[in-house]
Unconditional design. Sequence first.
Length: 93
Amino acid sequence: MEESDGNSRKLLRRLHELMLDESSLHFSDFVEVAEAFIDSYTKFVRRGVAAPTIGVAMLGATVNMYEMFDMTDDLPDLLRVVADKIERDGTLQ
């Protein structure tokens, strides 16, 4: 468990470094994708779908994305690190 926790922390650090690296994608590169997500999930809200149901759908989309890029093995540890940070700090930032 400790080794996988260390690997997840390394992965999160590397992701953070990539976000800060000017040669990598900038968050604004994802605006079109984010807008498409927002538009899609807004339709669900307008239909009266409960927020927790939408949240589960979004999590399912994340799992599918990790499967598409053959990164499924990394996901449990990454989610554990994220959950720990949220519980400890109340935020991901």
